[in-house]
Design a protein around this ligand. Structure first.
Ligand SMILES: [Zn+2]
Length: 143
């Protein structure tokens, strides 16, 4: 490829230590692993996992538009990119509250984090610091 300078996004995916890149791709099985997650989100998750006893399980990264239509009523789901943009959302499953706390303690220092619960699966959106203040995304916000 004749690359020089900073690593390309493709190379950055290969640097992940705690997650397989494919874990963030669409799981519908029809779209050949559509992955629109911004690599910086994966890198941030990896950096956080380094400080945890064990990494969270990635339940959902991206959905391709077809899969999103079948699984989510919201056409603007943050897991589904519009117009070739990147996504910043992952659903993570934690074994227990201690593991979730370990994660969030680190996450809020790295990124602006939007959190929706409840339960052991948390919807996390990690945006560049300037994008938004950390906040909880309540069910009400969706209606
Ligand atoms: Zn798909």
């Amino acid at each position: 490829m004749g690359q020089r300078g900073p690593k390309s996004h493709a190379d950055l995916w290969d640097t992940l230590q705690h997650f397989r890149p494919g874990i963030f791709a669409c799981k519908c099985g029809q779209c050949a692993g559509h992955n629109t997650l911004h690599v910086n989100v994966a890198l941030a998750l990896d950096e956080i996992a380094e400080k945890m006893d064990s990494p969270p399980l990635v339940v959902t990264g991206c959905r391709c538009p077809t899969h999103n239509r079948l699984t989510n009523k919201d056409p603007y789901s943050p897991h589904c990119a519009q117009n070739g943009e990147k996504t910043y959302a992952v659903d993570l499953k934690f074994a227990n509250a201690e593991q979730a706390f370990q994660f969030l303690k680190e996450a809020v220092q790295l990124c602006s984090v939007i959190i929706a619960g409840p339960g052991k699966i948390l919807h996390i959106e990690m945006h560049p610091k300037a994008y938004a203040a950390p906040r909880f995304w309540r069910k009400l916000d969706m209606e």
